[in-house]
Design a protein around this ligand. Sequence first.
Ligand SMILES: *[C@@H]1O[C@H](CO)[C@@H](O)[C@H](O)[C@H]1NC(C)=O
Ligand SMILES: *[C@@H]1O[C@H](CO)[C@@H](O)[C@H](O)[C@H]1NC(C)=O
Ligand SMILES: *[C@@H]1O[C@H](CO)[C@@H](O)[C@H](O)[C@H]1NC(C)=O
Ligand SMILES: *[C@@H]1O[C@H](CO)[C@@H](O)[C@H](O)[C@H]1NC(C)=O
Ligand SMILES: *[C@@H]1O[C@H](CO)[C@@H](O)[C@H](O)[C@H]1NC(C)=O
Length: 511
Amino acid sequence: MSEERPEAVMLSNNRRWNISSITLLVAVISVALYQLSSGFFEKNFEKSSELKSKEIKSIKEPSKLKYILYDGLNRSDILITVDRVLSRLGLEKIEVSNPSNLPNDWNLLWTFYYHESLNEFINWSDIKHHQKVNHFSGNYMLVSKSFLTTHGNFDFIPKGFLNSEDVQKYATAHPNKRFVIKLKSSRGVKLIEPSEMNFSQKSSDYFAQEFIDDPLLWNGYKFDFNIFVVITSVNPLRVYYYKKNVFLRFCLKPYSTANISDIDAYVIGTDHIACQSFPYVKAYVEAGYTYKDAFEGFIKEIGGDIDQVWKQVENVIRSTVLIKEKYMINGINRLKASKNSFFELYRFDMILDKNLKLYLMEVNMSPCTVPVTDRMHNKLMYEHLMFNLFTLIGIGTAYEKESFQFPNYDVESMVAYHDAITVKPKTCLSSSCNANCTSDACKFCWNCLSEDYRIEMIQALQEQMNRGYFTRVFPVQKEDIKEDLWKDITHLNKFYIEWFQEMCKKNKQFC
Ligand SMILES: *[C@@H]1O[C@H](CO)[C@@H](O)[C@H](O)[C@H]1NC(C)=O
Ligand SMILES: *[C@@H]1O[C@H](CO)[C@@H](O)[C@H](O)[C@H]1NC(C)=O
Ligand SMILES: *[C@@H]1O[C@H](CO)[C@@H](O)[C@H](O)[C@H]1NC(C)=O
Ligand SMILES: *[C@@H]1O[C@H](CO)[C@@H](O)[C@H](O)[C@H]1NC(C)=O
Ligand SMILES: *[C@@H]1O[C@H](CO)[C@@H](O)[C@H](O)[C@H]1NC(C)=O
C-alpha cells in the first residue's frame, strides 16, 4: 500500500493552515495599522479590520461539538451525570423535545434506550463515521438475561433454561442443585422447585436459572459487585473496565433461604442496601477511601486473594464479550452503518461464592449513573467514570477538536505520529518486505498496512494513552485467552492481538 492518502490529507491541511496563518498575519497588521492611524485611515480600515477580527475570532473559537441526550422516558434526570460531564468538556447540548425533530448536525448521540428505538427518525447508514452513538446494535445477546444465561457454556454463568422440561431434566441429573425463576424483562426472582415450574420459551415471560447456593456473605449479607465495562470497537474488538471503583449492593436482610417467600433475604433486587449505607463500606468512604477499597479490604480480611478475584473479573468480561462480538458485528452490518460510530458502557453484575469463585449474573446496558444526591462519593464515582469514559473514546481531549473525525492527521500527528505504531523494524527494513508484502512476516510494516489498519492502530494507541482508570481486557496476550475461545476469534482480532504483543515488546506500557 502507498502513503498517498495520508500525505494528501496532510498537504491539504497544511495548505489550509498556511492560508489561515496569512489571514491572521494580515489581520494583526491591519489592527496595528488601525491603532496607529489618524482619522484619514480610519474610514478605510474600519470595514476591513472588523472583518479580520471576525476571522481571528473564527480561528480561535471553532464551533462547539454538539451532543443529544435522548432518554425516551421523559425523565431528563436519568442522564444528569452524562449531561454534566459533557458540558464541562465543552460540548454544546442540542435540546430535542420530540425525536421527529432530530437535527443531523450532532456529534454525539447518547440514548438511554436502544438507539434503534430511533430507527423511524434516523437513517443509520447515513450517519457520518465521526458521529458517535453510545450503543451497539446486536448487544441484546449480551444484555438480555435469558440470552446471556442460555447461550454459551461458561462455568461462571449459572446455567439458564428457557422451558420447564429442560430445567426438570437437568434437576433430575443434578439433585443437589436449586433453581430460581426469573422474569426476562425485569427483576422478579424467586426460588422454586423444578417440579412446580411450568413455562415455555415461546409463551412465557419467565426463564429459570441455577441458584448459587453458597454465596460469600459480608457480615451475614449476600451482596453483588458491579463493574463498569466499555467496548470501544468491534472487529477489531477493544474492551476496557473501570478499575478505580466498583458499586456494591447488599440484600435488605441477612442471608437465609429458610423462607423462600422472603426474597429480601437472598435476592439482590431493585430493593437493596446500596454500598454507601452498609456500615462496613460507609466507614471506608468516610475515611476517604472508595467502595472498591472496602471490597478489597473485606476480601483480604477473610484471607482471600484479591489478585485472583480481579483475574477472574478480567477473564469473565473478556470471554463473555468475545463470544457475543459476532452479534454486534452483524448488528452494525444490518444497519449498514460505519463501525467507527459506536461504543458502549455496560455494568457487569457479579457475585462470589464461599470459595471466591466468581459468577456473572447480569450485564446491563445504560447502567444507572444517577448519584444519590446527598452522597458525595457516589456522585464523584459516576462523574469520574464518565470523565474517564469520554477521555478514553476521544470525546474529552486536552485540545480542541472540530469534529470526532478520525484521524485528522494534522492534529492527530501531534499526539501520535505513525512511528508510534510501527513494530519489527528489522523485519520491515529487510529487502523481502521492501520488495512486496506477500510474506506474512511483513504484515505490520508501514508500507504493507492499508489505511483502515493504520487508523485502527492509531485509535488503539490513543485509547491506550488516554485510558486513565480503565484497564484493557482485550486485546491481550494470546496466553490470556482461553483456548476454546481462540478458534472463534476473527482473523482481524488475531492480527491486532499480534500487533499488541509486538507493541508490548517495544513499550512495556502496552502489556
Ligand atoms: C414530559 O414531562 C413534562 C413535565 O415533567 C410534561 O409537561 C410533558 O407533557 C411530558 N411529555 C411527554 C411527551 O410525556
Ligand atoms: C438511508 O441513507 C442511505 C445512504 O445515504 C440511502 O441510500 C438510503 O436510501 C436511505 N434510506 C432511507 C430509508 O431513507
Ligand atoms: C402448564 O400450564 C398450561 C397452560 O397454562 C396447562 O395447560 C398445563 O396443564 C400446565 N402443566 C402443569 C404440569 O401444570
Ligand atoms: C415468609 O416471608 C414472607 C414474606 O416476607 C412473610 O410474609 C411470611 O410471614 C414468612 N413466613 C414465615 C413462616 O416466616
Ligand atoms: C515478493 O518478493 C519475494 C522476495 O523478494 C520474491 O521471491 C517473490 O517472487 C515476490 N512476489 C511477488 C508476487 O512479487
